[in-house]
Design a protein around this ligand. Sequence first.
Ligand SMILES: [Zn+2]
Length: 103
Amino acid sequence: MKEPTPIMDLELSDMPDLKGLADTELKKVPFERRKLLCSVNGCSRFTHVKDYGISPEFYAFGSWNDLSQTLFFCPKHWKEYKAANRNGGIFEYKEGPAINHIK
Ligand SMILES: [Zn+2]
């Protein structure tokens, strides 16, 4: 009788724990460059974030960010936000968290 062959879902088992990787290791992992738009209404400035396929976590600004829990301010609006003593109420926003405004 032939030995049964175990099967394994390599795609899942080989998936590295991305968030535990050092920066040097992470650089070897393929990602998609995406545009993250400023959350302030009418603002079309953006930054680039790295999409490693583990949404809502995206790599940006040297760390992991859960973009379903955050807003993103471009440098201009960040300055205005700080000048207003970090009062986010001075702006009108696009709908939803930062993740809704990724291209
Ligand atoms: Zn802005």
